[in-house]
Design a protein around this ligand. Structure first.
Ligand code: SAM
Length: 177
C-alpha cells in the first residue's frame, strides 16, 4: 500500500487524475508528462507537486522516489523497446516499488478489439482509430493505492519511509513483440 508520507512519482501523469487522491492523503507527489497543457492543470490543482514536461524516456534515473508509477500510459509508447527502457529507469529510480497499471494484455488483443468495435460500431471505429496502434504486453501486474482524508498544507509535507513496501511489478511484467 502506498501511504503518506511516501513520495510518489508518475510517468505520464497527465492532469494528475491518478495522483490526486495520493496528493490529498499527504504523499509527496511528482510527475512527468509529454503534454504541457495537461501538466498546467496538474500544477493548478496540486501546487505542492513537482511536475516536469517531457518524454517518458527522459526520466532521470538519478532522481529517487519511494514509488514510481504509471497509469494508462504504456499502451501509448512508440515501441516495446521504448517501454522496456522506461520500465528499467522506473526500477532504478524507485526506492520501494513500482506500479504499472492499464497494460493491454497481448492474449486478449483480439477479444478487446472485438468488444470495442461492437461497442461503438464498425464504421465509427474505423473513422476514429484508423491507423492508430497501441502496444500490447504479454503479462500485466497491478497494486491498488489507498488514499485518505484532506491534503495537508505544503509546508507540512515531509519525506518519510514508513509506507508498506509493494512488490516490484517490473519483475512480473513481461514485454512481448
Ligand atoms: C490516458 S492519459 C493518463 C494520464 C494519467 N496517468 C492518469 O491516470 O490520469 C495518458 C497520458 O500519457 C501521456 N503520454 C503518452 N505517451 C507519453 C510519452 N511517451 N512520454 C510522456 N508522456 C506520455 C499523455 O500525454 C497523457 O497525459
Amino acid at each position: 500500500m502506498i501511504a503518506p508520507p511516501s513520495s510518489v512519482f508518475e510517468v505520464g501523469c497527465g492532469a494528475g487524475a491518478y495522483l490526486w487522491e495520493l496528493y490529498r492523503s499527504g504523499c509527496e507527489i511528482g510527475g512527468l508528462d509529454a503534454s504541457a497543457t495537461l501538466l498546467a492543470y496538474a500544477r493548478q490543482v496540486m501546487p505542492c507537486g513537482r511536475f516536469t514536461h517531457g518524454e517518458a524516456s527522459a526520466l532521470e534515473s538519478r532522481e529517487r522516489h519511494d514509488f514510481v508509477i504509471s497509469n494508462g500510459v504504456f499502451l501509448y509508447f512508440p515501441s516495446l523497446d521504448y517501454a522496456r527502457q522506461v520500465l528499467e529507469v522506473m526500477v532504478r529510480t524507485a526506492r520501494r516499488g513500482i506500479m504499472v497499471l492499464d497494460v493491454p494484455d497481448e492474449a486478449k488483443r483480439e477479444e478487446a478489439l472485438a468488444i470495442r468495435r461492437r461497442w461503438i460500431g464498425e464504421a465509427e471505429y474505423e473513422a476514429r482509430y484508423e491507423g492508430l496502434q497501441h502496444l500490447h504486453f504479454s503479462r500485466t501486474g497491478s497494486r491498488r493505492c489507498s488514499p485518505t482524508a484532506a491534503p495537508p498544507a505544503c509546508a507540512s509535507r515531509t519525506r518519510g519511509s514508513t509506507a508498506t513496501p509493494t512488490p516490484n511489478t517490473a519483475q512480473r511484467l513481461r514485454l512481448s513483440d
